[in-house]
Design a protein around this ligand. Sequence first.
Ligand code: TLP
Length: 344
Amino acid sequence: MKEWIDLRSDTVTKPTAAMRKVIFEAEVGDDVFGEDPMVNALQEKVARLLGKEKAIFVPSGTMGNQLAIKSHTQPGDEVILEASSHPYNFEGGASAALSGVQFNCLKGVRGVIDASQVEEAIRPEDHHFAVSRLICLENTHNRGGGTIFPIAKIAEISKLAKSRGLLVHLDGARLWNASVASGIKPHEYAQYADSVSVCLSKGLGAPVGSLVTGSADFIDRVHRFRKMFGGGMRQAGLLAAAGIYALDHHMERLREDHDHAKHLAHGLTVLKGVELNPDHVETNIVIFDVTKTGKTAPQVAEATKKQGVLIHPFGKTQVRLVTHLDVSSEEIEKALEVFRRVLG
Ligand code: TLP
């Protein structure tokens, strides 16, 4: 019996018995020398899945994004991205500290921006201005509520970027969720970006690890900076083996998480004071506003915790729930009962 029903994030999953077995049995080598067979296999597999020349294994999604930003830009450059995006909000100011870039933040609709907004944000070639160099998109969009970035919009932004000499990085920490939910293959999304980062440690349930993908030249630069940032790992095959297992066995089941999130959303939306549109729940994230319940988000989180359900307050008024492979249908029902008691 688990102590908690943990809906704070899909990062909390623990390796299954079958995954632990492949970790135990993994053949390893020194990956800084490029000699770890599991890491090499994982990199080839993910490059293939995303239709890119190369992929490189990195410790976290944050490092993946930061390596991409570092490898695409020069200090003083400007990066265009949506205002609630992960690199701007949740990466500790790393892009300013490590790459010396500034952000131009655009207001999106649940994380989605369009080409006309980007076009307006691109700086003219005038020495008063920063050089607009990179556009970062996020699919699915975390703070937007697990929103799938429509592929037509990505294509338009990509076309604009090409025509104006800008690069595109796609933060695909949850690209797998977008792909399973939309039926659009990861490589179809990835074709519109110069680089894509993906995570194994979220919905796929691996303990650690992300990859950055792109052209061979680009990945060579990422490799240099990975060393510089301290992200070169040695017998990382233990982690890569878990990643390969996760890609092979935990992809299709993401649908269950999406169904659970929808079910939670429908159950929550009828509770008095809960502001949530279940149609906006497209993948495994549910974000709702509790202002009208008379409670703050941290108070709601405290109250559900006392009844065994962990949730993540996003600021004062919003709550985030994330479904994942360590939460069963039964536990979703139990969590809903707790929400009914706390908010009903
Ligand atoms: N996001 C975490 C928190 O940092 C908010 C979470 O619990 O969702 N890109 C996106 C879109 C992400 O959601 C995350 C993790 C990352 C990058 C960073 O990945 P890690 O945690 O591996 O550095």
